[in-house]
Design a protein around this ligand. Structure first.
Ligand code: SF4
Length: 314
């Protein structure tokens, strides 16, 4: 398996000129900034079903409660082609080992939410749809983190999405040779600080899920899938900085008695600065990481929290 987590990205976002108007919609975060740390797999569903570039702008249409994907210029129905393509690609991408998907916003194929849906002859669309490819992908893979590029403009959303991607990638690596009860419990234990910092109720809920499902005699592969699906649901909400700062203090408490007064003061001020929104998260994390190395605290639980996103990307 590649060292870098893989993510799928709508191809127009990485600069491919595949949009209906023959242009791209390059979003530098995905096309440049992340490419050193993630393996980017571009995919364009509309080109994938055989549409040309340029092409008419296709749309979602609801008729008598049924959703279709339609070429408004000639009324051509593209629904079945897209559904079939999306099912096959969703499985292939999952088998290829992707740990996340960044979708182009507002597209009738790729948009995750607020996509235009036209009802009958009403020229004014409702904006409550999901692109048809994205709809199939997310229903077949509810455990894989997804986001649209509109949200990635917010650095906090981008950072949290990356943390979810790396968490998922860790889960995938842990289960590479098959899951067992002990592997699931080890994974949960190693990620407990990570979960406490980003989705506090999930640590307890997931621990209960593991215990209940094994009591019921569930197969470890099923338990592992249920585990990551529930975890990703809990991780959808953006965590509060205060909660992350509190977890930093817990990590600091593991070795603070080995530091001088001035060193302690420095860490306390860095965490405080992050909590106040004055410093980036990476400022206290880099220093905490240095102390972990200096004091040989090679502890997977602490490391999973500190490097939940590579420090260069925090
Ligand atoms: S939004 Fe999706 S379907 Fe449209 S051009 Fe981009 S990748 Fe292709």
């Amino acid at each position: 398996m590649s060292e870098r987590p893989k993510i799928a990205v709508s191809a127009c976002l990485v600069g491919q000129k595949v949009r209906h108007n023959g242009d791209d919609a390059e979003f530098r975060v995905t096309s440049r900034e992340w490419s050193n740390y993630l393996e980017i797999m571009p995919i364009c569903p509309e080109v994938g079903i055989g549409l040309s570039v340029p092409r008419p702008k296709i749309r979602l249409v609801k008729t008598a409660g049924r959703l279709s994907l339609v070429n408004p210029d000639n009324g051509e129905e593209l629904t079945n082609k897209m559904l079939e393509y999306a099912e096959i690609q969703s499985d292939l991408l999952s088998l290829a080992g992707i740990s996340g998907f960044v979708f182009k916003k507002e597209s009738a194929s790729c948009g995750l939410d607020r996509v235009n849906v036209y009802d009958g002859n009403n020229p004014t669309p409702s904006q409550d749809g999901r692109g048809m490819f994205a709809m199939v992908f997310t229903s077949l893979n509810p455990h894989i983190p997804v986001i649209d590029e509109g949200r990635l403009s917010d650095p906090r959303q981008a950072e949290h999405f990356l943390a979810r991607v790396h968490f998922f990638n860790e889960w995938r690596k842990s289960g590479e040779n098959g899951w067992s009860a002990s592997k699931i419990m080890r994974f949960h234990n190693e990620n407990k600080l990570f979960l406490l910092s980003r989705a506090p109720p999930m640590k307890r809920l997931l621990g209960r899920l593991i215990a209940t499902r094994f009591d019921e005699g569930a197969h470890p592969e099923n338990v592992a899938l249920e585990y990551i699906t529930e975890a990703q649901k809990g991780l959808v909400t953006l965590p509060k900085d205060g909660r992350i700062a509190h977890t930093m203090e817990r990590v600091f408490g593991k070795f603070s008695n080995q530091l001088s007064k001035a060193e302690k003061q420095e860490v306390v001020e860095l965490i405080h600065g992050f909590r106040q929104g004055i410093l980036p998260k990476s400022a206290p994390l880099i220093v905490l990481n240095e102390y972990l190395t200096r004091y040989n605290l090679d502890d997977k639980i602490l490391n999973r929290f500190i490097t939940s996103v590579p420090l260069e990307m925090s």
